[in-house]
Design a protein around this ligand. Structure first.
Ligand code: ADP
Length: 600
């Protein structure tokens, strides 16, 4: 309530203030006149006139209008009271000019004077207010502009501060990045060195492990061919199987290490699809029989016979999958199937599947079995053996080929492992290769191979008259190859490295050379290159083995590796052929037979 009345009185006070102002202006304009303003609110502003009553003023209010100044009533002194309403001020203006005894209608100039004076006073007041307002505005502008300047200054200061901090921060960041880069570079260098050492170690280990193992496998093969008691034959067979699985395992570990180091490359070439599947089937035929399993393969007849891909790695994948399928199936069926999905002019997409009717894999374990060292359940190792590496390698190899391996399995019913890859069609449909003439995969179970050849190897070979130089640094292997050659009806000499081999070739006449690749002093590649160099120079006259030949000396490389890159390296060095270790006797016999025919 108080607020309401305060506002009302403030308004009144303000209104009166306005009128007082106006009155002041008017008095200045009309110094000789007595002026009184009577506001609509009933207040009287100015010196009250003599014998002047409120009733009188109220009476006059009735007559006054806002367009003309009129004489309203005569005062007892005889002067006339003149007035005009000024609506915008809600007030009545009374003016009495001293000694004005006549009405304004009689002196119209006076009415005009009063009228104009009031207008002028009003204008002067408006002008004054405008000036004040202008001043206030000026002051406000000043304040705002000074505030603005202050704000700008503040902003600038802040900006400088932030910039300074940013610079500082950037410097710190730079030095931190430089520090961390240095640390990372060092770590990286250390890791690269470690990785290099690891690869080197693996390569050495691979050689160190395989050399004695190859000797074991080779000699046990020779031992099996001698007269043995049933028990001895059984022992020999066990050693043969154990060393073969050890070789597979070593190859698996080395493969995985290579894959993980990103060093495994695919070597693509034209291959016979039917040969690949048939080869896998043949390899496992006897193993399938042992557990009363049927093993078969089917190839979609609409698929081209030759494709371009890494045959050895594809074989390795199939060997892993078929090996597993047979391991976990008995009295059942294992099938290798290759189907065409679709093709274009150049490529074909095909699905490889290996199906079995074995124990199956529980759903929750199906993903994990592709991790290395993981088996479907803890009892697998006890019951079936294995390391859990095969599928990890298979998975990675399929990925390298651009595919993804999948599994469908029902516990107790069986499993299907399959993958889809895209291979290029082979332009020149090469002649179908004999199935077993392809390069042996490293994971090839040697035992299956030699078992299939048992019948033939028992036969004693006739004298061939061939003389062979065996270049091999390992004494055990020297002996092994020499015995194998002797059994095949050949005579041989050995040289421990490339340098000694050249000496032998100079002094003696040989029909061909079996050349190990990895040797001290001068390795097999260097020795082969040297021999080829000599053959195309005058120097050959002083080499008994090189002079007077219709063809260059036949050199067969012996390598522990069975990869395409090893094969290529052998050919690049100038070798004519190459055999992998452990030497598959059948293959050695084939070389001897070819040489014997050539000589005849
Ligand atoms: P390994 O066979 O050496 O144990 P793998 O990586 O080849 O290693 O296989 C991993 C595991 O996956 C096996 O131990 C087995 O539990 C399961 N497995 C693989 N193939 C089959 C299959 N065809 N049937 C049933 N279980 C399988």
């Amino acid at each position: 309530m108080t607020n309401f009345f305060d506002d009302v009185f403030a308004d009144i006070a303000d209104g009166d203030e306005d009128l007082r102002d106006l009155l002041q202006h008017l008095s200045n304009i009309l110094p000789d006149a007595a002026v009184v303003i009577y506001s609509d609110r009933g207040t009287v502003i100015g010196d009250p006139l003599p014998q002047f009553s409120t009733e009188m003023l109220d009476g006059c209010r009735e007559q006054a209008d806002c367009t003309t100044v009129k004489s309203l009533c005569q005062l007892p002194t005889g002067e006339w009271l003149n007035g005009i309403r000024v609506d915008e001020h809600q007030a009545l203006f009374f003016i009495v000019a001293e000694g004005q005894k006549t009405t304004l209608s009689e002196v119209p100039q006076l009415a005009t004077l009063y009228h104009n004076s009031i207008k002028l006073a009003l204008l002067q007041k408006i002008h004054e207010e405008a000036v004040i307002e202008n001043e206030q505005l000026g002051r406000r502008i000043e304040v705002v502009s000074s505030k603005h300047t202050q704000l700008l200054d503040d902003n600038h200061r802040q900006f400088l501060l932030i910039r300074e901090k940013e610079k500082e921060y950037a410097k710190k960041l730079e030095s931190e990045i430089a520090r961390q880069t240095k640390v990372l570079r060092k770590t990286n260098a250390r890791l690269e060195e470690a990785s290099r050492l690891k690869s080197e170690f693996l390569a050495n280990m691979s050689h160190e492990l395989r050399t004695p193992l190859n000797a074991i496998i080779g000699f046990i093969g020779l031992l099996s061919e001698t007269e043995l008691t049933v028990e001895q034959a059984e022992f020999a067979d066990t050693i043969k199987k154990a060393s073969s699985s050890l070789l597979v395992l070593i190859n698996d570990i080395l493969d995985l290490a290579k894959i993980e180091a990103g060093k495994l490359e695919l070597y693509v070439d034209s291959f016979n699809l039917d040969g690949l599947a048939k080869n896998a089937e043949e390899m496992f035929r006897s193993q399938a029989l042992e557990k009363n399993n049927t093993l078969k393969y089917r190839i979609d007849p609409s698929l081209p016979s030759h494709l371009i891909g890494d045959e050895n790695r594809l074989r390795q994948i199939l060997i892993n999958l078929v090996g597993n399928a047979l391991k976990f199936t008995s009295k059942g069926e294992v099938a290798i199937e290759v189907d065409k999905i679709d093709d274009t002019e150049e490529d074909v997409r095909l699905r490889f599947s290996v199906k079995d009717t074995g124990i199956g894999i529980p759903k929750e374990r199906q993903k994990a079995i592709f991790d290395k060292f993981t088996q479907a359940d803890g009892s697998t190792t006890r019951k079936y053996g294995g390391t859990g590496l095969g599928l990890a390698i298979t998975n990675q190899l399929v990925s390298l080929m651009g595919g993804k391996i999948g599994i469908e399995s029902i516990e107790g019913k069986g499993s299907t492992f399959s993958f889809i890859i895209c291979l290029k069609k082979s332009e020149a449909q090469k002649e179908t290769l004999p199935v077993d003439s392809g390069v042996e995969s490293e994971s090839t179970g040697v035992s299956e191979r030699t078992e299939a050849e048992d019948g033939r190897t028992e036969k004693k070979a006739v004298e061939t008259g061939l003389k062979i130089l065996v270049v091999e640094d390992n004494l055990v292997n020297q002996r092994l190859v020499s015995i194998m050659l002797k059994k095949a009806g050949c005579s041989s000499d050995v040289a421990g490295d490339g340098v000694k081999a050249l000496e032998k070739l100079k002094a003696n006449q040989y029909d061909f050379v079996l050349m190990d690749v990895q040797m001290p002093n001068m390795d097999g590649h260097a020795a082969t290159r040297k021999i080829r160099e000599i053959e195309s120079s005058e120097e050959k006259e002083s080499f008994r083995s090189l002079v007077g030949r219709s063809k260059p000396l036949y050199i067969v490389g012996l390598t522990a590796h069975a990869r395409k890159e090893d094969e290529l390296q052998c050919y690049e060095a100038g070798m004519d052929h190459y055999l992998t270790k452990p030497i598959v006797k059948e293959k050695l016999m084939q070389v001897i037979e070819d040489m014997r025919r050539q000589k005849a």
